[in-house]
Design a protein. Structure first.
Length: 547
């Protein structure tokens, strides 16, 4: 009988398993391992509306404009509007500034919003929940909240005190910046989702209105429509009007009283809009009296630049002392070390036919008189991190709460409040997404990207600006919108450039297929960090092995 074969035993000096050797499995040498991660792009982080900017730019650069539009609509229901009036803090945070120029995010969003209007793209409402929410104010915050609440399936009614919806988008921004057909189309889309907008109806008492209408929750988004006043000694009959009244009358096709030499007192965006409106209506070059110096004006820099381009005259570091007939006496000031204006005692006079006060606006809180639980401190309603007031079921946002008063901020508040209201109606707590590391410029290797100058939007010639209300900034077309989207560097998020795969000396990276990215084979990774060092967009991080 043949003996059984004896398996080959390893020499006593070999302790590794068959098929493995230090030549192959070198992962035990590591002190740190690379991991793929999705960092937060700085544009996303800077957006008050919480848009996933990088994601929709990614769809746009593939030419899938509808997917890009739908990605925006996850967070913001007014892209055609916001592409015109947003002050684009996303661009201020864009890392591409360190390479050449920032990505024209706002212009691409505008293009996508217009595509949505052009092709009639819609967003469906959610399955009915049987819950009914009251929204007070049909401005950007109220429209945003109503849109997102409908996506959750709740019934929504907006009460608006003015004869048209839009809030300060309509009553505070002239048509040369925001054509009304763009705004109207986006409001109509929200109404088509089933949102009911009741116009010319002022809510006098929130508690009473909620009880009368059988509402399960309320979101308050009353805009700052009440003009601040200032006592100025005036003799004679010079008309003195409020800037917000001028803009409202302009929208209603009513007389604005802007004629002859118009003088505007104020340094914010409303002052700039009134001045640019006066250029178009009066035929004269209006003068704007500003207490602060040019660099510290409340108006955004590009608004000031546009006004100066249209022949508006700025008189900085001035304050109005008195008005006597057509003569306006100004006191000159100087900027102190802290930048605050300080009086000098020196005076000068200018002539004017109309004085417009554009000194800011406040919110009318009268609707909360019957709601003692709600705390109002220093002209703002106090809310918790979920946007709810101290009265359960009543939420607030936009100009009503302590925050920056911008359209984008209001849209973000409306979205956040809608998510919190949805959780409240389901007796749950809204859980926001976990915070991510921000993809700062030092994490990128910008030399891997080609230089590509920013696409400049066309602008209306000066003579046409000064004589009408045509939109002053033009559109991108499909070709340059695609180009501009492709300038995005995908900060912090893998875009499958294959760099890590190519530079790994141990072949320790596996490609998972288009759209699936890569994974590390840690048995073979020595932790040399070449992949993390060479990643163009900062999507790889070295993590100590003991973590």
């Amino acid at each position: 009988m043949k003996p059984e074969p004896v398996s080959q035993s390893k020499p006593f000096a070999i302790s590794l398993d068959v098929g493995s050797s230090l030549l192959n499995k070198t992962g035990t040498w590591r002190t740190a391992r690379p991991v793929y991660l999705d960092r937060l792009p700085p544009c996303n982080h800077a957006c008050p509306a919480g848009e996933n900017v990088q994601a929709w730019l990614g769809h746009a650069e593939e030419g899938d404009y509808e997917a890009a539009w739908r990605q925006i609509m996850e967070e913001n229901p007014l892209p055609a509007t916001m592409g015109r009036v947003c002050y684009h803090p996303c661009e201020g945070a864009c890392n591409r500034a360190g390479l050449d120029e920032v990505v024209g995010i706002n212009s691409v969003e505008r293009f996508l919003g217009d595509q949505g209007n052009k092709y009639g793209w819609t967003v469906p409402a959610g399955e009915p929940t049987g819950k009914h929410v009251m929204v007070v104010g049909a401005g950007p915050g109220g429209l945003s909240a109503a849109y997102h609440l409908r996506r959750f399936g709740h019934e929504v009614t907006i009460f608006e005190s003015l004869p048209k919806a839009g809030g300060m988008l309509r009553w505070g921004i002239p048509k040369y910046r925001l054509p009304r057909e763009k705004l109207n189309a986006e409001i109509a889309r929200i109404e088509e989702m089933g949102v009911k907008i009741v116009l010319d109806t002022k809510v006098e008492n929130v508690e009473a209105s909620m009880k009368e209408g059988g509402f399960d929750a309320a979101f308050l988004a009353v805009g700052a429509h009440t003009a601040n006043d200032l006592e100025i000694p005036i003799t004679g009959e010079m008309p003195v009007i409020e800037g917000i009244t001028v803009l409202r009358n302009l929208e209603l096709d009513q007389p604005t009283q802007l004629q002859g030499q118009v003088v505007i007192y104020g340094g914010g965006n409303t002052a700039m809009d009134v001045a640019r409106t006066a250029v178009r209506l009066s035929g004269f070059e209006p003068k704007v009296i500003v207490r602060r110096d040019r660099d510290r004006m409340a108006a955004h820099a590009f608004e000031v630049d546009e006004a100066l381009l249209e022949k508006v005259e700025l008189l900085n570091l001035r304050t109005i002392k008195q008005v006597d007939g057509r003569t306006i006496t100004l006191e000159k000031m100087v900027a102190g070390k802290d930048g605050r204006p300080q009086v000098t005692g020196q005076q000068e006079t200018i002539e004017g036919d109309v004085l417009v006060l554009a000194l800011g606006q406040d919110v009318d809180f009268g609707l909360l008189d019957g709601c003692p639980e709600v705390n109002i401190i220093e002209g703002a309603v106090l809310v918790d991190p979920e946007m709810m007031t101290d009265r359960p079921g009543i939420f607030a946002g936009g100009d009503m709460v302590p925050s920056e008063r911008t359209v984008t901020t209001a849209i973000g508040h409306g979205k956040k409040a809608a998510r919190s209201i949805n959780a409240y109606l389901h007796q749950e707590a809204y859980a926001p997404a976990e915070e991510r590391e921000i993809a700062t410029e030092n994490l990128l290797n910008t030399w891997y990207y080609s230089d590509a100058d920013r696409t400049v939007q066309p602008t209306l010639e000066i003579i046409r600006r000064q004589t009408g209300f045509a939109e002053v900034v033009g559109d991108l077309d499909e070709g340059n919108a695609l180009f501009e989207a492709r300038r995005c560097m995908s900060c912090g998020n893998c875009f499958e450039c294959d760099n890590c795969y190519a530079v790994c000396p141990d072949n320790a990276i596996t490609k998972l297929g288009p759209g699936e990215r890569f994974e590390f084979k840690y048995d073979y990774c020595k932790g040399c960090a070449m992949c993390a060092t060479e990643c163009p967009c900062g999507a790889i991080k070295m993590v100590p092995e003991d973590i």
